[in-house]
Design a binder for this molecule. Structure first.
Ligand SMILES: Cc1cc2nc3c(=O)[nH]c(=O)nc-3n(C[C@H](O)[C@H](O)[C@H](O)COP(=O)(O)OP(=O)(O)OC[C@H]3O[C@@H](n4cnc5c(N)ncnc54)[C@H](O)[C@@H]3O)c2cc1C
Length: 410
């Protein structure tokens, strides 16, 4: 059996190393930080949403939309659950989102590290990998600490998201030197910054609603859930879900508008009738008072200000036009998105190594035989909800297996 070297000790790297070792290879895991799996500890707010039972091709995004699903089908969420159960992690299901029952992300990292040790994977930390060079028979990895030889190499160096965890984008340089094309790497699953000054007055508000994002008049994406309003713009899971499309549009220098609908279950005319009936039922109330109990006070105060209505104006004196204007504020609240937050705040990046240069069944490089890829370094990003870790487990498994097969034939 040959030697497989894995570059990067994140989720995908550990999965690749474990799989190759389980298949019988001698495995080296090279990590430039002082320990492996730092990012895993921050996942799911420290609880690690490690997969999701709802799986569909649209949960994964790429320039080549069919590419991720071919890999997920080889090792899906059920296989992930069984894999972790075997290592000791019992899963807890919250609306399809799976977490370790312990509620601790550290449990996931602990069992992975124990499995690496059980399989005698040689983990070398503090090793900065810089280049992979193909020799006649072997591959060599140039590192800050000298050359490392292997029969197959799996590049799992992550993206640029959360650089403090070690994902500093250096993996893209290694891939580029081998001839791979890198698609623009942009923050995804991230908060969006908006131009309007009024955000300071509504910071801290959380409201159920739908966010739709438009670039040059075209709807890019939409999602519903709890929207969080911050001093600089918008956040929350629905905002995260649409953010990769916004990052791409802004990168293309397009003008991006986000439209917030705070009453998505009501059609505009239904809402108009609902507000009218509410006013009639409480005629003594002011414009400010009749919204109490319907929306967060900071939000209704802002709408009254934007509509330039006197606060003490009686609601029953509102004209049909003014009620229509309220309906627009509630259902069609438009803000201008100026940027996505940076890599430091992003949970993942979209873009990365173009999958056109990668074998879709084995994740092997089409330019350098014996080099495989896994994880976020590839141009694949998942929706929020456990899909990015699922991509790391699936791709790590596929690359680990294929690399072991390759190494055994050298
Ligand atoms: C705050 C936060 C919360 C998240 N929560 C969730 C969640 O709940 N569920 C979910 O599915 N996803 C979540 N994600 C996303 C998920 O964590 C990542 O998609 C996944 O961990 C990526 O794994 P990876 O192995 O591809 O990359 P990484 O985890 O980034 O690992 C890459 C590794 O390679 C090392 N490395 C990089 N370059 C080199 C080099 N040149 N030489 C040697 N080593 C190198 C890095 O130090 C790092 O250890 C979250 C992300 C963040 C930041």
């Amino acid at each position: 059996m040959g030697t497989v070297a894995v570059i990067g000790g994140g989720a995908s790297g550990m999965m690749a190393a474990i799989t190759a070792a389980q298949e019988g290879a001698h495995v080296l895991l090279l990590e430039h930080k002082d320990r492996v799996g730092k990012k895993i500890l921050s996942t799911g707010n420290g609880r690690c949403n490690f997969t999701n039972i709802h799986q569909e091709p649209i949960c994964y995004r790429s320039e080549n939309p069919l590419f991720p699903w071919g890999i997920i089908c080889q090792f899906g969420s059920q296989e992930t659950v069984s894999f972790f159960l075997k290592l000791g992690v019992y899963s807890k299901n919250r609306n399809g989102y799976l977490y370790p029952n312990s509620g601790q992300a550290s449990s996931v990292l602990d069992v992975l590290r124990m499995e690496l040790a059980r399989l005698e994977v040689e983990v070398r930390t503090g090793v900065e990998c810089q280049e992979i060079v193909r020799g006649k028979k072997h591959l060599s990895i140039r590192t800050g600490q000298g050359m490392v030889r292997a029969d197959a190499v799996i590049l799992c160096a992550g993206s640029r998201a959360m650089p403090s965890s070690g994902s500093d984008g250096s993996g893209y340089d290694i891939a580029e030197k081998m001839g791979h094309r890198i698609l623009p790497v942009l923050p995804a699953l991230v908060q969006l910054r908006c131009r309007e000054e009024f955000f300071k007055s509504i910071a801290g508000v959380r409201a159920e609603g739908t966010v739709s994002v438009f670039a040059d008049g075209q709807c890019l994406a939409r999602d519903t859930g709890e929207i969080q309003l911050t001093a600089y713009g918008i956040s929350g899971i629905p905002v995260f879900q649409v953010s990769r499309y916004v990052s791409q549009a802004l990168h293309q220098k397009e003008k991006v508008t986000a439209v917030l609908d705070f009453m998505p279950d009501f059609a505009p005319e239904q809402l108009q009738a609902f507000l009218r009936a509410r006013i009639q039922a409480q005629p003594e109330k002011t414009a400010e008072q009749f919204l109490i109990g319907l929306f967060h006070k900071k939000l209704s105060d802002l709408w009254i200000r934007l509509l330039k209505l006197p606060r003490n104006r009686r609601a029953c004196e509102l004209t049909e036009e003014e009620i229509t204007a309220f309906v627009s504020m509630i259902k069609d609240f438009r803000v201008t998105v100026t940027s996505a937050n940076s890599y430091e705040q992003a949970q993942v990046c979209c873009g990365g190594v173009d999958t056109a240069g990668i074998n879709p069944d084995t994740l092997e490089s089409q330019y350098v035989p014996g080099v495989f890829f896994a994880g976020e370094i590839l141009d694949v990003d998942g929706m929020c909800g456990g899909y990015n870790l699922q991509w790391a487990w699936s791709s790590g498994y596929v690359a680990g297996k294929a690399a072991c097969r390759f190494a055994s034939k050298v």
